[in-house]
Structure formats: structure tokens, C-alpha cells
Design a protein around this ligand. Structure first.
Ligand SMILES: [Zn+2]
Length: 243
């Protein structure tokens, strides 16, 4: 495959990721973005152009190729104000191939309500449970992450975990692949929904017992990420919402 064909396919997939996040309620309007590493020091990132229509209607041409300082073939598009959130992760975490940043209301509400994203459920959603069991850190500042020093603070809060809640703001989710990062973002949102609903119903259950957690298999990235990605992209196509 030529680099041109690779980039065209990758742009379409990043645009689909933005549409999926919007349809699942993790982003509203024009706020939020997805980036995908291309080689050592470039990334495709969702930008805003003169005909911006929001994440739900992201088109492949909204996804621009830039370097880690945000320079590239922008052609009238602007990189996100929070580009450093993406580029610092890509600089500091070589295993990361994709970064998702979204403003999911349930994740923000759960954190502000003091409802921790704990592993309450088990086989209901195994990847989400394992994510919660490993700990979901919180970056405790509600700032716009528009400078490298702020992105470095977020990374410090994140540690070696793949996701991070941003207090009063949203979330950052990473993955080796686009599919993995998107599904992790969806799983954090799912955890927030369950934990909030349990708390609102007056429940205060203990975490899943350790022996049950140990019994939950890791079904692998094909099952956890690829098949769900295929489901969500099929839904886009079914509803006439593919890019
Ligand atoms: Zn943001």
C-alpha cells in the first residue's frame, strides 16, 4: 500500500472514530479530538476548518497530518487548542499509537460527585472491569490542556495507565491502535454510567471479589477491540452515517 493510500484509509478511520464517540454521547458539538501516530514524529489529528460541523459529522479532510509541534499541511485548518495533550503522550509513551480526548458528561459528573470508577461489575464488561481494577487516575485540574507543561502534569497523573479522567473536563484514553483507544474511552464512559446509576439507586456495593476478578479471562484485542469497532462502524454505515 502506498503512503497516500495508507493515509487516506487512516483519515477515514479517525473520522469514523470521531463520529462513533459523538454517537455514543462522549462528545457533543465541536469539542473533542482523536489523533493517530504516523511514524516516529507525525500524527493525523482531527482539526477544525472553515466549514466545521461538529464531531458527529467529521469528514476525512478534517483529519490533518502534522508533526509533534503542530506544523504540517493545514490548508486553512487549525489544530486543536489541546494539541499538546496528544503530542506529549505520543512523545513520552512510545507504545501509544492513538489518543482520544473527549468530554463525556457522565465521566465528569461521576468524578465531581465523588463516585469512583471502581470494578463493581464482572463479566458484564470484562475489559471495563479490568480497566477499573488497574486504577483509573484523575488529573485534578479543570484546565484547557493547551501547553506542554499542562500536558506533562496530566501525564504525571496518568502514570503508566492507559486512561485518565480530567476533573471538570473529560477524559484521555490511549491505545496501541485506534480501535483500542476508542473502545477504552467507551469503556470508561460505561463504567461511569454504571457506577453513577448504582450510587443514584442508593447502592454501595463492594468491588468485585478478587477471586471473581482472577476468573475473568482476557479475551484478547480481536474480541475486545476489533469486533466492537466493527460493530460501531457497521452501525454508522447502517444509519447512513459512514464517512
Ligand atoms: Zn478538552
Amino acid at each position: 500500500m502506498s503512503e497516500f493510500d495508507f493515509l487516506a484509509d487512516a483519515r477515514a478511520d479517525v473520522a469514523r472514530a470521531c463520529r462513533i464517540l459523538a454517537r455514543q454521547g462522549l462528545v457533543d458539538g465541536i469539542l473533542g479530538h482523536v489523533s493517530l501516530r504516523v511514524g516516529r514524529d507525525r500524527l493525523l489529528v482531527r482539526c477544525r476548518g472553515p466549514h466545521e460541523r461538529g464531531l458527529l459529522f467529521t469528514r476525512p479532510e478534517d483529519i490533518r497530518l502534522v508533526d509533534l509541534d503542530g506544523h504540517g499541511d493545514l490548508d486553512g485548518y487549525a489544530v486543536p487548542n489541546e494539541l499538546p495533550l496528544h503530542t506529549e503522550v505520543l512523545r513520552e509513551r512510545p507504545e501509544v499509537g492513538c489518543v482520544v480526548h473527549a468530554h463525556p458528561p457522565k465521566v465528569v459528573a461521576a468524578d465531581l460527585a465523588g463516585v469512583a470508577l471502581r470494578p463493581l461489575v464482572g463479566a458484564f464488561n470484562i475489559p471495563a472491569t479490568r480497566l477499573a481494577a488497574g486504577g483509573i487516575p484523575v488529573y485534578a485540574r479543570g484546565v484547557l490542556i493547551r501547553r506542554r507543561d499542562l500536558a506533562a502534569e496530566m501525564l504525571a497523573a496518568m502514570g503508566d495507565r492507559p486512561v485518565c479522567v480530567l476533573r471538570g473536563h473529560g477524559l484521555t484514553a490511549t491505545g496501541a491502535t485506534l480501535e483500542q483507544a476508542v473502545i477504552r474511552a467507551l469503556n470508561v464512559d460505561e463504567l461511569a454510567r454504571i457506577c453513577l446509576e448504582v450510587a443514584q439507586a442508593g447502592g454501595d456495593p463492594a468491588d468485585l471479589p478478587a477471586e471473581d476478578l482472577a476468573e475473568l479471562p482476557d479475551l484478547g484485542s480481536t474480541f475486545n477491540d476489533t469486533l466492537l469497532w466493527q460493530y460501531h462502524t457497521a452501525r454508522l454505515a447502517h444509519d447512513g452515517m459512514d464517512v
